[in-house]
Design a protein around this ligand. Structure first.
Ligand code: SF4
Length: 368
């Protein structure tokens, strides 16, 4: 739809008229933020949104799509969170999805997030800033008009209050280019609304912790399957955060593989330089085995009886290996009263060590 069509009038503040329509078109002139050059060409407005795959992300995209804006999602991956839920949402709602792995930049940010951490190792405000920062780079290079997200003011007291939303926008380095369609009417108008690129009247005024308005909107848009708002980020998990903290405290550098290892099994620190991961179930044993680096790690198994897979990431000295073998035997079905044989494998090399099992009650002091 072109400027002047559709019957909407300029409001008293003299804003440009807002466009409506299912296939929204806008006139470039005066509408393209950061662009001073006028162009008479018409085109479809394109928005790039952050997507977690949750209901708020979905609704924010549908609200914009409802007014004819071409929405695309971007979802980010690190060892702490994946784009799987976003993939499901994109498939369910037929919204194009871009997935980017931002692990190196994320780990750099994690060293000292300016706004600090939440209850656990979650640097939510700087995490959002970084995501918008990267999305903004994509916006610039791929020709999107603005960014959006499903954030709702006051939904999360610490990371989605008014000042947190402002912090995120400012630190994303894309100030004035971020729209929160679900809470837009509770926030000052953005340049996108002021210029008429987006119809503010068709945005929402959701705020607070209640989910009822989102439920009603889900009904309206026929959104049936969506994940619960909680979960999905390991940095909010207490156990994972403790293990991550321990890793940060003991290593200058760490690989994505080491961060994935923290997801599985019990973790015990034997010395400042050596820690182990002990599988608690057959599934965890399998997961640990898939993450082993045959050139660097040692893998321990008790001989002759069922027991855990124990991984020593990056190996360890002999005293640490023998202690790990005792712990491995202690968590196995071997008798705690008799010596047990434990296989220590390094790639295709293996040897046997004989140790007295260390009962779990005594191994507890090493638990991270
Ligand atoms: S919960 Fe995790 S993914 Fe979400 S903002 Fe916080 S740190 Fe980032």
């Amino acid at each position: 739809m072109k400027r002047g069509e559709g019957g909407a009038a300029a409001d008293t503040a003299g804003r440009q008229r807002r466009c409506r329509g299912t296939q929204r078109e806008a006139i470039l002139e005066g509408e393209r933020m950061n662009t001073t050059q006028a162009s008479p060409a018409t085109r479809t407005v394109k928005a790039l949104g952050l997507c977690s795959g949750g209901l708020d992300s979905i609704l924010s995209a549908l609200v914009l799509r409802d007014q004819g804006i071409a929405v695309t999602w971007v979802s980010f991956e690190t060892p702490f969170f994946s784009a799987d839920k976003a993939r499901a949402a994109a498939a369910a709602h037929d919204i194009p999805l871009l997935v980017r792995d931002i692990t190196p930049r994320y780990l750099e940010m994690m060293k000292a997030p300016p706004a600090g951490f939440g209850k656990n190792m979650n640097p939510c405000m700087d995490c959002h800033s970084l995501m918008f920062h990267v999305a903004g780079e994509m916006m610039e290079s791929e020709g999107y008009d603005f960014l959006f997200s499903g954030e709702v003011m006051g939904q999360r007291p610490m990371s989605q209050n008014r000042s947190a939303l402002r912090y995120v926008e400012k630190h994303s380095q894309h100030d004035g280019r971020i729209l929160r369609p679900l809470s837009a009417k509770c926030l000052p108008p953005t340049p996108m609304e002021e210029s008429g690129l987006v119809d503010r009247e068709r945005l929402l005024d959701l705020s607070g912790r209640t989910r009822k308005p989102q439920m009603a909107l889900a009904e309206k848009y026929g959104v049936k399957d969506y994940p619960s708002p909680a979960g999905g980020c390991l940095l909010t998990d207490k156990g994972y955060s403790q293990r991550l903290c321990d890793l940060f405290d003991h290593q200058e550098t760490y690989t994505p593989r080491e961060l994935h290892l923290l997801k599985h099994g019990r973790h015990l620190r034997l010395t400042p330089a050596v820690k182990i991961a002990v599988g608690r179930t057959q599934a965890e044993n399998t997961e640990l085995a898939t993450l082993v680096d045959a050139d660097r790690d040692l893998v321990l198994k008790v001989m002759g009886v069922p027991g855990p897979t124990v991984v020593i990431p990056n190996g360890g000295d002999e005293a640490a290996v023998l202690l790990a073998a005792s712990i491995c035997a202690g968590y196995s079905k071997a008798s705690n009263e008799e010596p047990a044989q434990v296989q220590v494998a390094s790639g295709s090399d293996h040897r046997l060590v004989t140790v007295l099992p260390l009962p779990p009650a005594k191994a507890k002091r090493y638990l991270i």
